[in-house]
Design a protein around this ligand. Structure first.
Ligand code: N2P
Length: 395
């Protein structure tokens, strides 16, 4: 049986309740299905409610219309452990955050980094990762929840969660706020060296301009690369129509001839060194590079782009849950949250921290939001997106 047939069988199994969500995700990962696809199928089989919500900016917290069902009391987490293991995206925390936490609590922190949601999920799925805190993007949270790989948070230890801005509560991927604490939000766009270019780029078309061949990179990220080419043609970055995807593939292959590579955060060094002049990149990482070379600028292409939010959560079976909660409550302090976002260059979902930032990143205005889109359910076209990305990378 070929891969497409197997994928279809899995999706049907989920839709007809022959497979539960956990069994579906295990099978899909074993088949090599991408996380965006898995999240999309889960979304489709849940009636698409989350996707409808996610199409709009994060909703404000509404007061409950009826009394919530009684929940069993959360277990006490006991004494603070001596150690804490954190697994986070690279360059996504202030330089002294961990040291300050260690000094205050006496807890020893082991801090490792990753470059993609796929890397994170496969590490957790392999089991016994030993990590106590991780930071997936929205659709990866959904996959981890379906795999029962996330612990519920105990609000008793999170007094500072009152600082979280209403826009970042009750998100589509954690509708009851039971599992995640929002970490940073950001935007995908184009980083460039203004000293090397005749004019600043203002369109995704720049990646198809042969005069910059071998001086450009795009991110190693299916949703952002195909999404960029969809926006370029005036489509939603969640488009599923065959003709739209075919056009995106053609555009991506035209651009690929000019690219040095597909690379995400590590491109910063190449931008600073001047080996890369134009890179598809996130806004915060661009600001970090700019701190080393003032010639670096960031632009959101006129055709539009992606906005996203990543969240902290505790993997199932984490050995140091008390210390994990202590760290979350520590980073939810206004001054700690402000220091993190001042370093990363990303937006903070912490309203009290935003007020204290030296270089505040304001939430996008309604006008800017017209250019930005959250990634949502790809529906029946998910497998096609996976296939397209494979073809683009091989092409
Ligand atoms: C990495 C931060 C970007 C996270 N430096 C993208 N979700």
């Amino acid at each position: 049986m070929d891969r497409d047939k197997k994928a279809l069988e899995l999706a049907e199994g989920l839709a007809t309740a022959r497979l539960d969500r956990r069994a579906f995700v295990r099978g899909a990962l074993a088949l090599g299905m991408g996380l965006p696809t898995i999240a999309a199928v889960l979304e489709a089989c849940s009636g698409g409610e989350a996707a409808k919500e996610a199409a709009a900016p994060p909703p404000a917290k509404e007061p409950p219309t009826s009394a919530p069902p009684p929940t069993p009391p959360m277990p006490d987490l006991g004494e603070m452990e001596k150690e804490l293991r954190i697994y986070n995206w690279s360059d996504y925390i202030a330089e002294d955050t961990v040291a300050n936490f260690e000094k205050e609590t006496g807890v020893k922190v082991i801090y490792d980094t990753y470059e993609s949601n796929e890397e994170l999920v496969s590490k957790l799925q392999a089991g016994a990762s030993g990590y106590d805190l991780v930071c997936p993007s929205g659709y990866a949270v959904q996959v981890l929840l379906a795999l029962s790989l996330v612990e519920q948070l105990n609000p008793k230890y999170l007094a500072n969660n009152v600082n979280i801005a209403p826009q970042f509560r009750k998100t589509p991927f954690d509708p009851t706020d039971a599992h995640t604490i929002p970490w940073q939000w950001g935007i995908t766009g184009i980083a460039f060296r203004k000293d090397k270019l005749k004019a600043p780029p203002d369109s995704w078309a720049v990646f198809q301009d042969a005069q910059y061949a071998n001086k450009m990179t795009m991110m190693d990220d299916m949703r952002d690369v195909i999404g960029a080419w969809l926006k370029f043609r005036g489509k939603s970055l969640n488009a599923t129509a065959e003709a739209d995807l075919a056009a995106a593939k053609a555009d991506a292959l035209l651009a690929k001839k000019n690219l040095q590579s597909y690379v995400s955060a590590p491109v910063k060094g190449q931008l600073v060194a001047g080996d890369v002049w134009i890179a598809q990149l996130w806004n915060g990482d661009t600001m970090q590079a700019k701190a080393e070379s003032d010639a670096i600028e960031f632009v959101v292409p006129k055709e539009g782009s992606t906005i996203w939010c990543d969240s902290m959560c505790i993997p199932k079976g984490a050995p140091h849950k008390r210390a994990a909660h202590a760290f979350l409550d520590f980073v939810l302090r206004p001054e700690v949250g402000a220091a993190i976002s001042d370093f990363t260059g990303y937006g903070t979902p912490n309203a009290a921290a935003l007020a204290k930032m030296a270089k505040p990143v304001p939430y996008p205005s309604d006008e800017q939001m017209k250019l930005l889109e959250y990634q949502t359910d790809l529906g029946a076209a998910s497998a096609q997106w996976d296939q397209l990305w494979t073809e683009i990378k091989a092409g």
